[in-house]
Ligand binder design. Structure first.
Ligand code: SAH
Length: 232
């Protein structure tokens, strides 16, 4: 293969910081799902942020990434991953690749992750991180994730990591029977993290997992680019 010379980098030279993060921010709160905890232990978060932010990668905070976007706070990633109730054979759609960190977390818990990002640069950086670190069950697509990806539907789980004014209907349609959708919905200042379960009879059951703050979901079924403050 053409890439045989390429050495995958699966080590974590900051493993102690990662374990500290799990102990003080994840297990000390309401995250009990072992698959989530193991996945977060195995993904080196500092390799998903810019070099000058690596010192802060395991802190209890969101961090700025390229294109004025953010990588979510570790606890929020864990909360979303737990709420998705993933099974090992699941096919997952993520909207908002960003750094690629949450997709990497999901990829350790599910069979396949398809992640959509609207910014070319972020998609390229994430692809390179997945390739160099050996995440080989993640597909990165560039486009408007508010429309989902009908060719690859249905999805057992869908995670939206940007906040929209309402739940995009295409995502509900592309959710498998028995599937789970997690999405922040609200105004641009604050959202509620909603989970929608589609029962095997096609009935929708919604619950609210609490207040969160995400960058805006921009697209046909999200915010209009012109209505969005300084974000782009
Ligand atoms: N999951 C990311 C968090 C990224 S922040 C991580 O772990 O780092 C949210 C991302 O959603 C941003 O990168 C933003 O560009 C992207 N985004 C916003 N609207 C989108 C849309 N309609 N389709 C795809 N990506 C979108």
């Amino acid at each position: 293969m053409a890439n045989d010379y390429y050495m995958k980098d699966t080590s974590n030279d900051r493993q102690a910081e990662c374990e500290w993060m799990i102990r003080t921010q994840i297990m000390s709160r309401d995250i009990t799902n072992e698959a989530v905890i193991n996945s977060m232990l195995s993904v080196p978060r500092h390799k998903f942020v810019m070099e000058d932010k690596q010192e802060l990668a395991y802190y209890d905070t969101a961090l700025e990434i390229e294109e004025e976007q953010t990588i979510s706070q570790p606890y929020i990633v864990a909360l979303m991953a737990q709420a998705l109730e993933l099974k090992a054979n699941d096919k997952v759609l993520e909207i908002g690749t960003g750094s690629g960190y949450s997709a990497a977390i999901l990829s350790r818990m599910a069979r396949k992750v398809i992640t959509i990002e609207r910014h070319d640069l972020l998609a390229e950086l994430a692809k390179e991180r997945f390739r160099s670190q050996g995440y080989n069950n993640i597909d990165v697509l560039v486009g408007d994730g508010t429309l989902g990806w009908s060719e690859k539907a249905p999805f057992d789980a869908i995670l939206v990591t940007a906040g929209g004014p309402k739940i995009p209907i295409p995502l509900i349609e592309q959710l498998a029977l028995g599937g789970r959708l997690v999405i922040p919905v609200g105004d641009q200042g604050e959202q509620h993290l909603l989970r929608v379960k589609k029962t095997i009879d096609g009935e929708l059951i919604e619950d609210n997992l609490g207040a969160v703050r995400f960058v805006p979901l921009i697209g046909t079924k999200g915010w209009n680019q012109d209505d969005v403050g300084n974000f782009s």
